[in-house]
Design a protein around this ligand. Structure first.
Ligand SMILES: NC(=O)CC[C@H](N)C(=O)O
Length: 252
């Protein structure tokens, strides 16, 4: 009854801190055998090519794919979403290994380069229906991917409007095309397929813990247990509130 957080690279500390704010213990995963001790897994944002190389180096891909196959909940944020997609475009030359599992195609750097990172209020009806709170969620998009296509079994949990003057990146990620004539459209930025969740943005960098809470409930539904049976793992730390104040800085 422990949440694993893949801790090869990227924002794993921030996920562990977000879980702690909910009173849940997150355990850093760096070796295949450590996956045997966790009931769900978060794959953080970071840089998916680097993360894939590290995962390969540590021989993690077979165990990660096995974990996904067991039906245990897995949530990928940003680079983690890329890992969970069945197909990614815009990869570096030679491509990169993916775990797969979500029947979708992602564009790795859909929104552009690092300096085109942004924050936006997202409409999140499914999240609000389960978790309550404000109608929108503040999405922190850092050189973010987007989902271009989904299969029939995939629920779309959030979309982001792309203006007609958006700069879209070609699949080579090198050539840039100005697509001035496009009509206003939306791209998908959060998806769910069974017990697999993917967000193109970084909830762990905000103080809003609703996505983490939503994910924890996926876990409890999977095991047909009440959320209280998995939250908190290892008991609530009595100094939890105190610790929350000294956590890593997050965007408010
Ligand atoms: N913030 C992120 O995780 C960025 C992901 C990045 N686009 C990648 O390819 O890995």
């Amino acid at each position: 009854m422990v949440v694993g957080v893949l801790a090869l690279q990227g924002s794993f500390n921030e996920h562990v801190a977000a879980l702690r704010r909910l009173g849940v213990k997150g355990v850093e995963i760096r070796k295949p055998e450590q996956l045997q001790n966790v009931s769900s897994l978060i794959i953080p944002g970071g840089e998916s090519t680097t993360m894939a190389k590290l995962a390969e180096y540590h021989n993690l891909f077979p165990a990660l794919r096995e974990f996904v196959k067991t039906g245990k909940p897995v949530w990928g944020t940003c680079a983690g979403l890329i890992f969970l997609a069945d197909k990614a475009i815009g990869q570096k030359t030679g491509g990169q290994e993916l775990i797969g599992g979500i029947d979708c195609t992602v564009h790795r750097n859909y929104f552009g380069s690092q300096i085109q990172s942004f924050e936006a209020e997202l409409s999140v009806p499914e999240l609000v229906s389960k978790e309550g709170g404000p109608e929108t969620f503040r999405g922190v998009f850092i050189r973010a991917p987007a989902v271009l296509e989904v299969g029939p079994g995939v629920e779309v949990l959030a979309e982001y409007p792309v203006s007609s003057t958006s700069v879209l990146y070609s699949s080579s990620a090198v050539q840039i095309q100005e697509e001035n004539a496009l009509p206003e459209k939306k791209v998908i930025v959060a998806v769910k397929q069974g017990n697999l969740l993917g967000t193109a943005f970084h909830p762990e960098l905000t103080s809003d813990t609703r996505w983490h809470s939503y994910f924890m409930k996926m876990g409890s539904e999977a095991q047909e247990e009440s959320p209280s049976s998995i939250v908190p793992v290892g008991g609530v730390d009595p100094s939890f509130n105190e610790k929350a104040r000294i956590d890593l800085p997050i965007y408010q």
